[in-house]
Design a protein around this ligand. Structure first.
Ligand code: SAH
Length: 356
């Protein structure tokens, strides 16, 4: 089948296999992109209207025991200026976020051994009891089942753990031998079993990635059916082994956002900071391709530059209020509206057919 007939099939809600996804990605044209984008926006509108959900991102520590080849806060990066927020600093960020209208807080960090279960459980309980109508999302990497369970029992609602790539051999090119593909995937299943709303995701254009790898990512998203999917372009960081690799493409990221929206119409899909970093209107274009979530930064301004996963990251100089206002204005400028809401996943409508 041609890319055009595959795009039409996807828009009509028909299932595609890995080979079809690969063809669709490899042979995409302006016409297929326009079809996918139009259909993705239609199905997203049916479910979420013009609403865009916001999550306040608090980067709680850039200390990390892992050594992922792509990541600027990897253990071996001696140039990284390490920090860890205190519990009080994190609570202050959440309080400020609440005043600004955030009803979801995302706590993200490197895999920092000092973030013990006791520390995190107390932190989560405090956030949840002072803000009863808020959701807490964690993005703290791989932990034990017991730890995930304790954090859930303390009140955490959601967990973001990008699978990074659904191809084991590719995973092994992006990570040192100490990290295991099987464990990462197992963590996602464990999180779901415990009861979290779970987010998976991957980088677009990471080194050695092929269209077949991306096709497997799409199959994984279709089959695992996460509540959230974080995708953004790979962007090199100068102090990592991947410093010389090119960044992922805007067009391919947008194409994948549309395809993922069509695969799972009600998915929570962020237009990521990485997307905003490779193009001045990257996040707006992401929303217009089918995304429905943005994650402005709520971290204290003095640590923002230090949480440098990649070079030239945007939104590192402004106060939280400015960051929120700027993003709200951007969203409104393209006809959407940022809402004060926990932003939970909505049930899918009975028919998900998008073709008119
Ligand atoms: N330690 C946590 C959080 C990781 S940072 C965890 O392991 O899940 C969040 C995401 O940033 C990662 O999952 C990765 O997909 C992305 N990221 C890291 N380095 C990047 C880079 N150089 N370019 C683009 N995205 C990157």
């Amino acid at each position: 089948m041609t890319a055009l007939s595959l795009a039409r099939a996807l828009c009509a809600g028909e299932p595609l296999d890995a080979a079809a996804f690969e063809t669709l990605l490899a042979e995409s044209t302006e016409e297929t992109d326009a079809l996918l984008k139009g259909a993705a926006v239609r199905v997203r509108k049916e479910i979420y209207g013009n609403s865009v959900f916001v999550r306040g991102l608090i980067e709680i520590s850039n200390v990390c025991k892992n050594d992922c080849y792509y990541c600027g806060i990897r253990r071996s990066n001696r140039c990284a200026d390490r920090y860890r927020l205190t519990k009080q600093q994190i609570l202050d960020c959440a309080d400020e976020g609440y005043r600004l209208g955030f009803r979801t807080f995302v706590l993200q960090s490197g895999e920092d051994g000092a973030l013990t279960d006791d520390f995190l459980c107390d932190l989560i309980e405090k956030i949840k009891t002072s803000h009863l109508d808020c959701a807490v999302t964690l993005s703290l990497g791989e932990r034990s089942k017991k730890s995930y369970q304790m954090l859930f029992d303390a009140g955490a609602d959601r967990y973001l753990l990008r699978h990074e790539t659904a191809t084991k051999a590719h995973y092994e090119k992006l990570h040192p031998p100490a990290l295991s593909f099987d464990n990462r995937i197992q963590c996602l299943y464990t999180l779901r079993e415990i009861g979290y709303q779970v987010g998976a995701g991957f980088m677009v254009g990471s080194p050695f990635q092929t269209k077949a790898d991306l096709a497997r990512d799409l199959c994984f998203i279709r089959d695992f059916a996460p509540d959230m999917c974080g995708i953004g372009p790979f962007i090199p960081h100068k102090d990592t082994p991947f410093a010389q690799y090119p960044q992922g493409a805007l067009s391919e990221t947008l194409r994948l956002l549309s395809i993922i929206r069509l695969l799972k119409p009600n998915i929570l899909l962020p237009a990521t900071t990485a997307l905003g970093t490779i193009h001045p209107l990257g996040r707006e274009l992401g929303i217009e391709a089918g995304a429905n979530v943005v994650m402005p930064n709520l971290s204290p301004v003095d640590v923002r530059k230090k949480y440098a996963l990649y070079d030239n990251k945007i939104c590192t100089g402004e106060e939280s209020a400015q960051c929120k206002d700027c993003l709200s204005r951007r969203i409104e400028s393209i006809g959407y509206e940022v809402v004060v809401d926990r932003g939970d996943i909505k049930k899918e409508p009975v028919s998900s057919h998008a073709e008119e």
